[in-house]
Design a protein around this ligand. Structure first.
Ligand code: ADP
Length: 402
């Protein structure tokens, strides 16, 4: 069974065609610069064949048409007929309170995703464009929506309510939603397999550290708290996002620098975080390189980044009344032994101790705690596309008559 997994952004569509039996991507790629001059489709086949196609791709319907053409092409494709795509799984960023699990896309689901545009104006419209494009090009193929927010929908009110008038929650849906849910769920379930323990019996702290960063407290299978909030801006320091700040700072800076709300938004989302403090880059690799050469601001950025993760580890141990394991994932979490070391440094009194050799070894999926460490520490590569494909298959299999 082949599942086309789509992640539609404002100017890009990322895709993978996953063969569910082998759990492998037969092909993957990206259409970049949609709506701009010189859009590029890059397709990589699992055997290493790579092709780039440049053209004018003005909107998502054309992007999906190009993707299908390349997947079906004689020289670079992997399919001989469209009917070999059995289902489509869409990453949808915001399910709001309407969705606590993945769903088959129907007209009613589309309407409810549209209803959430108000709280996710940067993402949901593009996700809907992708869904619409597939209805045009693959009209008889079932489509499933997998939400970034769904895994966190079981958070209790004390974790999702903010200290602002309750009417703002009821009228404007202002609450913590949390994001990266697919990744947190994937690595939490994989960690349970690695620990050979039932997922529903473990208390896990999952740290997704990529360009965007978030953590979740996964208490016996339920995300009971997470660091991102109403939007992905809250919580950890990120590549270009500030994470937690005193809300008054925004009002103060808007006054001092004469910024309007759109400029304040750009400041917090694009010019803050790792790049904001270091002045070097949003890329952690470059920041670490500079830091090791004595760049002070790069050192500050690294220190703030890791210190905040450490604080959330402490908070989530308190929230769950203990933890069985901490899991690192995402580009930084999977690759930076320096970051993992700094985040877990001096936590032995909580029962967290790393093993230096395991932490720095080349293995991609591994335990990195010392034998004495009461709380285990893992590195688990995330695979959100596979998780989306699995959910899509589960839902589509439920549609089949017995
Ligand atoms: P996205 O959130 O866009 O999916 P990724 O999960 O790929 O991003 O993470 C990107 C981040 O991972 C970048 O900050 C990059 O610097 C960082 N990263 C990748 N490899 C390393 C490494 N070896 N050491 C430190 N950081 C790394």
């Amino acid at each position: 069974m082949n599942i086309l997994v789509l992640n539609c952004g404002s100017s890009s569509v990322k895709y993978q065609l996953i063969e569910i039996e082998t759990r492998q991507a037969l092909a993957k790629g990206i259409v970049d610069r949609i709506g701009m001059s010189g859009a590029v489709l890059t397709n990589m086949r699992s055997d290493g064949d790579e092709i780039k196609i440049t053209g004018d791709i003005l909107e998502h319907t054309t992007a999906i048409e190009y993707i299908l053409a390349v997947l079906l092409s004689k020289n670079h494709g992997v399919l001989t007929d469209k009917s070999q795509i059995h289902a489509i799984g869409h990453r949808v960023v915001h399910g709001g309170e309407a969705f606590s699990a993945s769903v088959l896309i129907t007209e009613d689901v589309i309407k409810r995703i549209r209803d959430n545009i108000d709280i996710a104006p940067l993402h949901n419209p593009h996700n809907l464009r992708g869904i619409n494009a597939c209805q045009i090009h693959l009209p008889n193929v079932p489509q499933v929506a997998v939400f970034d927010t769904a895994f966190h929908q079981k958070m209790p009110p004390h974790a999702y309510l903010y200290g602002i008038p309750y009417s703002l929650y009821t009228q404007h849906k202002i609450r913590r939603y949390g994001f990266h849910g697919t990744s947190h769920l994937f690595v939490a379930q994989r960690t349970a397999q690695l620990m050979r323990t039932e997922y529903s019996k473990l208390k896990l702290i999952t740290c997704h550290l990529g360009n965007g960063c978030s953590m979740a407290a996964v208490d016996r299978g339920v995300s009971i708290d997470t660091s991102m909030g109403f939007t992905p801006l809250e919580g950890l320091l990120m590549g270009t996002r500030s994470g937690d700040i005193d809300p008054y700072i925004i009002l103060y800076i808007m006054g001092k620098e004469g910024l309007n709300s759109s400029e304040a938004n750009t400041l917090l989302n694009k010019h803050s975080g790792i790049i904001g403090i270091s002045g070097v880059s949003s890329d952690m690799r470059e920041v670490i390189t500079e830091m090791k050469q004595g760049n002070k601001k790069a050192q500050f950025a690294f220190d703030v980044f890791c210190y905040r993760i450490k604080k959330y580890i402490g908070a989530y141990i308190a929230a769950m009344g203990g933890a069985d394991a901490i899991v690192f994932t995402g580009g930084i979490g999977e690759n930076s032994s320096d970051v993992r070391k700094a985040c877990c440094d001096n936590l032995s009194y909580l029962g967290i101790e790393l093993d230096e050799a395991s932490n720095t070894s080349k293995e991609k999926e591994k335990a990195i705690n010392s034998p004495e460490s009461r709380i285990k520490v893992f590195v688990v590569p995330t695979n959100e596309e596979l998780m989306i494909a699995i959910d899509t298959v589960t839902i589509c299999n439920g549609l089949k008559p017995n």
